[in-house]
Design a protein around this ligand. Sequence first.
Ligand SMILES: Nc1nc2c(ncn2[C@@H]2O[C@H](COP(=O)(O)OP(=O)(O)OP(=O)(O)O)[C@@H](O)[C@H]2O)c(=O)[nH]1
Length: 255
Amino acid sequence: MRLIGDLSPGNMNSSGGSGNFLLVPIPEYPLLDCVPNRTAKIVVLGASNVGKTALIVRFLTKRFIGDYEANTGALYSRKVTLDGEEVSLQIQDTPCVALQDDAEGLYCQEQINRSIYWADGYVLVFSITDHNSYRTIQPLYQHVRRIHPSGNIPVILVGNKSDLLRARQVPADEGETLASSLGGVYFEASARENHEGVHAAFLHLCQEVIRGGGNGEKRRGGLHLARPKSPNMQELKRRFRQVLSSKVKSSSSAL
Ligand SMILES: Nc1nc2c(ncn2[C@@H]2O[C@H](COP(=O)(O)OP(=O)(O)OP(=O)(O)O)[C@@H](O)[C@H]2O)c(=O)[nH]1
C-alpha cells in the first residue's frame, strides 16, 4: 500500500491543495551509506487489508495514519541501533497475495517474488479478525521456501489488529502454533494502538537476520539480484510528468 495523508508536516513533501494527496514516503538514504555486513533486508508479506503498510509506518514513524491507498509496494530505509551497533535496515512493503481457489497455491505478483528473493528476513502478516488471511500464511511460507530452498529463513509471524478483540477469528494459540511450525516467533500486535509491540517484532527479526548473516545461499552462489525498484521514485517521476504536462496545457490554453 501507498501512503495517503500527512506523516510529518514540513518534512514530508505533498502536492498541496485540499483532499487526499500522495505523500513522498520516508526518504531512502543513499545505498552507499549502508553499514557493510550490517544490513538487514526485510520484506513484509500477507493477504489484503491485514495492515502491512500500517505496521511498517508504525514501526518507522511511531504513527498510525489509518488511510492508505491499496497495493503499492514501497521500499523504506532506516538506520537502527541493535545491541549498541548501527545496522542499516531496508523494509519492502508489498502488494497483497491471495489464495488460489484450491486454497493451496497463491496468486503472487512477480514483483513479490523478486522481493522475496532479495530479502534476508520475512514478516508474515495476517489479521486476527480475518481467518482467510491466516490461512494464507502456510502457503505463503511454502512459497518463500521454494524461492529459498535451502538455509535458514529468518521469519516472524504477526497477528495484527489485536485491538479488535471482539472481532477475533484467530485465537492466539493458533498463531503461536503456526509460528513455531515455521521456525519463527509469533507477535500479536496492533498497528493502530501499540507502537511498542510493533517495534519489538521488527527488532526481533532484524536481530535474527544480523545474527544469521542473511541469506547464505545467495552469497555462496555469488548470485546478485538487483534491489527491487522503489516505486517511490517511479511515482515521483509520474507526478512530475503530470505537473509538467498540466503546465504545458494551461500555458497553451492561455495563448
Ligand atoms: N483496527 C485496526 N485497523 C488497522 C490496523 N492496522 C491496519 N488497520 C487498518 O486496516 C486497513 C488496511 O491497512 P493497510 O496497512 O493498508 O493493509 P495492507 O495489508 O497494506 O493492505 P493491502 O494493500 O490490501 O495489501 C486500513 O484501513 C488500516 O487503517 C490495526 O492494528 N487495527
